[in-house]
Design a protein around this ligand. Structure first.
Ligand code: ADP
Ligand code: MG
Length: 669
């Protein structure tokens, strides 16, 4: 067995579990052992039965004397397990688990961990963990890891499988440079892997975690080095000129004046196109700051120079929207716009600007003469895609790359992680009066808020609680949205036309729902949180966000940016489902601040406080364990990566690991 082997090679992982584990993105042995616990249950408090105190969490050992199934008078099914150490006795109480009678062996010694409560006025363990005493117990009597789970895969099951691997099935050879480990006082691979799952003491878990956090940043930054070196060495792009006359006259036909920051960004982008070196620029700007227009002008200039553009949006709906915008603005000028989605194929390669989803870049088709690639609403700044773009090179020239994001990223952070990136910022909203009034609504005011919304009877978005952080449509999130939809339909919005939108729907179904919403046939649209980042329904004026405390402020700011985009004022209600003073104070910032970057800085200070979207919403690669706001570690990792990268050949194991990690990001459309 090797770390790179498929996970099915691990004993007791058959086809069924293999499939289930895919839900946790576990495909290889390495994925399994890098499935880190997110907390530990502390069962290390081992006591004598007679010394147990009510309400404490503790562990005892003893022989099971009897297992009795009981039906109580009010119809409950209990199981009472009597455990004794010879002189003292305690009962374990379980509910609705009569099968325990057949699995627990009387006369055997068990270790029991859990909370001490009372039952029948006697101290008892209520629903504790228990397992037969062994030399090493995994589920009791120690710090016990708790993992992200999925349907059919419990932490208990994961503990056993992971333990089999890390405790000997496999050779865990160190692959980080010894020098680096020593210099930064990091623990070695084998020790860290054992201790992060099954720590002897709390500090060991901490120390192990630090090693893996560093490892993740370090590997990422080595990849950055690689891309930087690739991008900077010998890469050539076509040299374009700026077609000022045509561009100016196009801009004059627009029904509005460009904002100053749009003008600046357009100049920066066009200037990049005149260089021999391919552009690698990130355009950052709040929702509604007019990023599309910047890209559109770059694409127009590319066309005027005789070249083609690929424009990629995150979803088919957005691709279609952009297709309409581009067609409206540019086809009168003789520019051929084409759309490619799952359902629409372009007519050959007869286009000047081809619009599609992010999957476009993976298409087998080799598009000739493409010299500008735009990636819209890009969570990863074209990082993974850059490799692909290199492959698209025509006759030795690499297309210019413009990536766009609405996520406010502190500039210094972006520059540390991607040293080779240029950044343009759109920081002015075209529509200055654009105001969204936001209210944080505690649970007890929810009724009133919903009544107000019902009375207004305006197009309303309801964003459901984020149950599971996931970039792909998650089953849990969909379930939550369906439940919310059903509930609201019966209660507050009885008799009002409602729609449901989630990531597991077919593109056609989604389009239908959105179209109905836009036309006013649907008044209330219930949606999962991660869906359709850039959706543009100008008529929508009310946004309800359930369990708002689970999001970062920057994420909430993006969500509320969906409403009040037309002529009407927008309203945002941030519902608080579990009240905490901290959460309330933090959310209150939304009522007073309308600046995305400011909000994201507040997020950074309050990080760790319930931002489920976390890093992925900050536009970075989603780290498994690393904390990218840990500036000190980030800098150390950067320094080490820069020093080691030129000598990578001297570190064969590290090099091998890096090659495996190069696995591509496959978009889900
Ligand atoms: P985003 O940055 O979120 O992608 P869009 O490019 O979709 O924003 O622009 C949002 C809306 O603002 C569009 O309807 C667009 O036509 C309009 N818009 C863009 N630039 C300006 C401007 N300078 N003045 C007024 N409206 C503008
Ligand atoms: Mg956009």
């Amino acid at each position: 067995m090797k770390l790179t082997s498929p996970v099915g090679i691990v004993p007791k992982i058959g086809p069924k579990y293999k499939k289930l584990l895919e839900n946790l993105e576990i495909r290889t042995v390495q994925d399994l052992v890098y499935h880190f616990p997110f907390r530990y249950e502390d069962y290390s408090n081992v006591k004598h039965i007679r010394k147990l105190l009510e309400n404490e969490t503790a562990t005892v050992k003893g022989i099971v004397e009897s297992v009795t199934n009981i039906f109580t008078r009010n119809g409950k099914r209990l199981t009472k397990v009597a455990v004794s150490n010879g002189t003292e006795k305690i009962d374990l109480i379980f509910f609705n688990q009569h099968y325990l009678k057949t699995t627990i062996k009387t006369g055997h010694e068990y270790t029991v961990s859990g909370k001490v409560g009372t039952f029948d006025r006697k101290l008892s363990f209520i629903s504790p963990e228990l397992e037969e005493s062994r030399e090493v117990n995994l589920n009791t009597g120690r710090l016990v890891p708790v993992y992200p789970e999925t349907y059919g895969v419990t932490s208990k099951w994961l503990r056993a499988r992971i333990n089999d691997v890390v405790s000997g099935e496999i050779e865990l050879e160190e692959f980080l440079p010894e020098n680096t480990l020593n210099k930064l006082n990091l623990s070695n691979f084998s020790w860290a892997l054992n201790q992060i799952h099954f720590p002897d003491i709390e500090i060991n878990a901490q120390k192990a975690k630090i090693r893996f956090q560093f490892e993740e940043l370090f590997l990422e930054l080595l990849k950055v080095e690689k891309r930087r070196v690739q991008w900077e060495s010998k890469l050539k792009s076509v040299v374009m000129t700026v077609k000022n006359t045509q561009i100016d006259s196009f801009i004059r036909t627009l029904p509005f004046k460009l904002t100053n920051s749009q003008e600046k960004a357009i100049n920066e982008v066009l200037k990049d196109q005149t260089l021999e070196h391919p552009m690698n620029r990130l355009l950052e700007g709040d929702v509604g700051t007019g990023k599309t227009l910047v890209a559109l002008i770059a694409a127009y200039n590319t066309h005027l120079n005789g070249f083609k553009t690929l424009y990629m949006a995150p979803t088919e709906i957005l691709a279609t929207q952009h297709y309409e915008t581009f067609t409206r603005l540019l086809s009168p000028l003789g520019v051929k716009i084409a759309l490619i989605t799952g359902s629409v194929k372009p007519d050959g390669t007869d286009f000047d600007i081809l619009i599609g989803t992010h999957a476009l870049i993976y298409s087998k088709e080799k598009f000739k003469n493409v010299e500008l690639v735009v990636i819209d609403e890009q969570h990863r700044f074209g990082v993974e895609q850059r490799g692909k773009i290199l492959e698209m090179a025509n006759d030795g020239t690499v297309p210019h790359l413009l990536a766009m994001t609405a996520t406010p990223i502190p500039r210094t952070l972006a520059l540390t992680i991607y040293g080779d990136l240029s950044i343009s910022v759109l920081d002015t909203h075209p529509n200055k009066e654009r105001k969204i009034s936001t209210k944080v609504i505690p649970e007890n005011a929810r009724d009133k808020a919903y009544q107000w919304i019902r009375q207004r009877n305006e197009p309303t978005f309801i964003v459901c609680p984020l149950i599971e952080e996931s970039e792909t449509p998650s089953f849990e999130n969909v379930k939550a949205a369906e439940a919310e939809y059903a509930l609201l339909k019966k209660t507050y919005f009885k008799g009002i036309e409602m729609g449901l939108l989630h990531g597991k729907m077919k593109p056609k179904e989604k389009e239908d729902v959105i179209e109905k919403f836009r036309k006013g046939k649907i008044k209330v649209l219930v949606s999962t949180p991660v869906i359709e980042v850039g959706i543009d329904v100008p008529e929508a004026t009310v946004m309800v966000i359930e369990s708002a405390e689970r999001y970062g402020l920057a994420s909430l700011h993006q969500l509320r940016g969906r409403v009040g985009r037309g002529s009407e004022k927008g309203y945002c209600f941030a519902f608080l489902s579990t009240y905490s003073r901290n959460a309330y104070t933090r959310l209150k910032n939304l009522e007073t601040t309308d600046n995305g970057i400011e909000l994201s800085e507040i997020d950074m200070q309050a990080r760790g406080q319930g931002d489920i979207f976390g890093a992925s919403q900050h536009g970075f690669k989603r780290f498994k364990i690393a904390d990218m706001f840990n500036v000190k570690m980030l800098e150390e990792a950067k320094q080490e990566a820069q020093q080691i990268y030129p000598f990578l050949d001297y570190y064969p194991l590290l090099k091998e690991r890096l090659t495996q990690e190069a696995g591509e990001y496959i978009p889900n459309n």
